[in-house]
Design a protein around this ligand. Structure first.
Ligand code: ARG
Length: 459
């Protein structure tokens, strides 16, 4: 079959080379963007008098028809036409005749493919931002509806100090909010138009790049043609922001796996978000949480494959750049599904208050507050730390918790202890005592919630 670029060749392409170099199997995902870009380009060619207005209109009508045929699934793509750009151009020429061959005037596949990628990623990034906003919303709602739930806070995965469950949710809300900000920032560079760079050096035709940019809704243009066709930084930025999103999801997933175990029992994941075992009838596995955690690896992989493709690549276009598509598509798909499922899982999980309440009463996580109690009675903190350390050791030996000791027992460790110590180590009071800005006290958490609401309103 005759290639669009067949003129200078005397032999057909080796079958395996054709398959190896073709991208149509995956870049047909850019068909809509490719047609949209072509429509803007041809409109400009007509408006600038580069091709007759009449031809521009014929081509535009042909492109619209092509779009319809594509949407109906009527367009057959072939590997011998290599990629989405040449497949579509061939269909256009078949449809409207040789005038269709004027579409590619002043344009190269190099700036065309870059344009398609910018158009695609701009839309998808905006959609991902909405999904992240929705997740923050869900976290805020769950924080509000569980404002009285206290859980153990951990460091080194050892019980540290009690915190509100809402404080934990809001920590993640803060991370996802930063993810939104990162994607919004990346969007500034995704929102740049490369078309008009030609193959690498610009074009001899009097094109109007501003017109095309305005038509396609881009805020900026690339000011250097070499940069325009070689740049994939915008994909790297997207993939790195995407990797950070996945890392955040993965950390939370790890906690949900722990929290839903019998050992923790803090939450019960909804049946709709779990699966069973083919052999063990009692099992209910947190597969969604595990798989989101697992899929984090593939998104990191995409970031690294892209960084590696770009490393040492000379200017301008090189075929290596064709390897930018699959990582980007897969990262977008993975992120979308993960965010939707994760938000649903958080929304539907039950908090098992009977277990969280028991957990916070059966540990030594109020020890810091007991030390602070002595400090308020003017014992230097270092000595207070020592006294409470000994008390904890005593409790462990006796198989008791701090609240179980009598005042006399306390007094044998320090004369400074009075009956009010029991108030100081009540878990609720311990949490409520931390209303420093950003702290876990209810007042502070309510303030954090108000700030999150304000931010969400502006989104
Ligand atoms: N399929 C190619 C890609 O995705 C389009 C650009 C090809 N340009 C070229 N000079 N071979 O990168």
């Amino acid at each position: 079959m005759m290639k669009l670029w067949g003129g200078r060749f005397t032999k057909p392409t080796h079958q395996l080379v054709e398959e190896f170099t073709a991208s149509i199997s995956f870049d047909q995902r850019l068909a809509e963007q490719d047609i949209r870009g072509s429509l803007a380009h041809v409109k400009m060619l007509g408006a600038c008098g580069i091709i007759p207005q009449e031809d521009a209109e014929k081509i535009a009508a042909g492109l619209l028809q092509l779009k319809e045929r594509f949407e109906k699934g009527e367009l057959a793509f072939s590997v011998s036409d290599e990629d989405v750009h040449m497949n579509l151009e061939k269909h256009l020429i078949e449809q409207i005749g040789p005038v269709g061959g004027k579409l590619h005037t002043g344009r190269s596949r190099n700036d065309q493919v870059a344009l398609d990628m910018h158009l695609y990623l701009k839309e998808e990034t905006s959609e991902l931002i909405l999904l992240l906003n929705r997740l923050v919303q869900v976290l805020v709602e769950r924080a509000e509806s569980n404002l009285d739930v206290i859980i153990p806070g951990y460091t080194h995965l050892q019980r540290a100090q009690p915190i509100l469950l809402a404080q934990h949710f809001l920590a993640y809300a803060g991370m996802f909010r930063r993810d939104v900000e990162r994607l919004e920032d990346a969007l500034k560079r995704i929102d740049m138009m490369p078309l008009g760079a030609g193959a690498l050096a610009g074009t001899t035709f009097p094109i109007d790049r501003e017109l095309v940019a305005a038509e396609l809704g881009f805020s900026r243009l690339y000011e250097n043609s070499l940069d325009a066709v070689s740049d994939r930084d915008f994909i790297l930025e997207f993939l790195s922001a995407a990797s950070i999103v996945m890392m955040h999801l993965s950390r939370f997933c790890e906690e949900l796996v722990l929290w839903s175990s019998t050992e923790f029992g803090f939450v019960e994941l909804d049946d709709a978000y779990c699966t069973g075992s083919s052999i063990m009838p009692q099992k209910k596995n947190p597969d969604v949480a595990e798989l989101v955690r697992g899929k984090t690896g593939r998104v990191y992989g995409h970031l690294f494959s892209m960084l590696t493709v770009l490393k040492g690549l000379p200017l301008a276009y090189n075929k290596d750049l064709q390897e930018d598509k699959e990582p980007m598509f897969d990262a977008v798909d993975t992120l979308k599904t993960s965010l939707i499922l994760f938000a649903g899982m958080i929304e539907t999980m039950q908090v098992r208050r009977e277990n969280t309440e028991r957990a916070v009463r059966q540990d030594f996580s109020v020890a810091t507050d007991l030390a602070d109690y002595l400090v308020r009675k003017q014992l230097p903190f270092r000595q207070a730390h020592e006294v409470i350390g000994k008390l904890v050791l005593f409790c462990i030996e006796q198989g008791k918790f701090l609240a179980d000791l009598t005042l006399d027992e306390y007094k044998s460790f320090s004369e400074l202890f009075e009956a009010d110590l029991y108030v100081a180590i009540d878990v609720k009071n311990v949490v409520e005592a931390r209303n420093s800005r950003g702290g876990t006290g209810t007042e502070s958490v309510k303030h954090q919630l108000a700030l999150m609401h304000e931010w969400l309103k502006g989104q």
